[in-house]
Design a protein around this ligand. Sequence first.
Ligand code: GRF
Length: 205
Amino acid sequence: MLNLGILISGRGSNMENILKSIKNKKIPINPAVVISNRTEARGLKIAEKLGIKTEIIESKGFEGSRVDYDKKIISSLKKYGVTPENGLVCLAGFMRIISPQFVKKFKNRIINIHPALLPSFTGLNAQKQALEYGAKYSGCTVHFVDAGMDTGPIIIQAVVKIKENDTEESLSKRILKEEHKIYPEAVNLIARNRVKVSGRRIIIS
Ligand code: GRF
């Protein structure tokens, strides 16, 4: 069974959903650790309540380089058995760019959820970007993390129709509902070894 490490920065609703699916025996994976780069992340309390080990590696005021910071994350993950061989890392609202060294070490072992239909609207405030662009549909994407920004191979997407009277808030809420479905689903497929990467394409068996 793989060991799962979840990296968060804030609210942690995707993390909570994944952890609850694991508790309900829907996903065969060991929830090894939740790591936050922010001491005040609300998700930490949720993880603790669910009985999951937590670690804080504060990034604010961290004086080393990005690579130095990521080394700390990697060694913390290792402490809980989350290695490239036996682990999976989920970025769940983790508001930091991962160094290419981290990505390389954990090739096809780090996944992320993005609140838009990639490759559209990468980066921050994706829901606002979709609204302002006038898109009729947006959604969310679970993808492997590569060295680019939201550019890795796509595992699962869900589509959300944009309404004429949508605000950033109302659209984000509907997208989040879909995020909570597809992120646990993606973790489950990987946990069951049903995801194969072939170039940019993902084959689900
Ligand atoms: C989600 O919208 C996710 O798509 C984005 O950051 C947000 C995190 O929310 N990457 P939460 O912390 O999981 O509630």
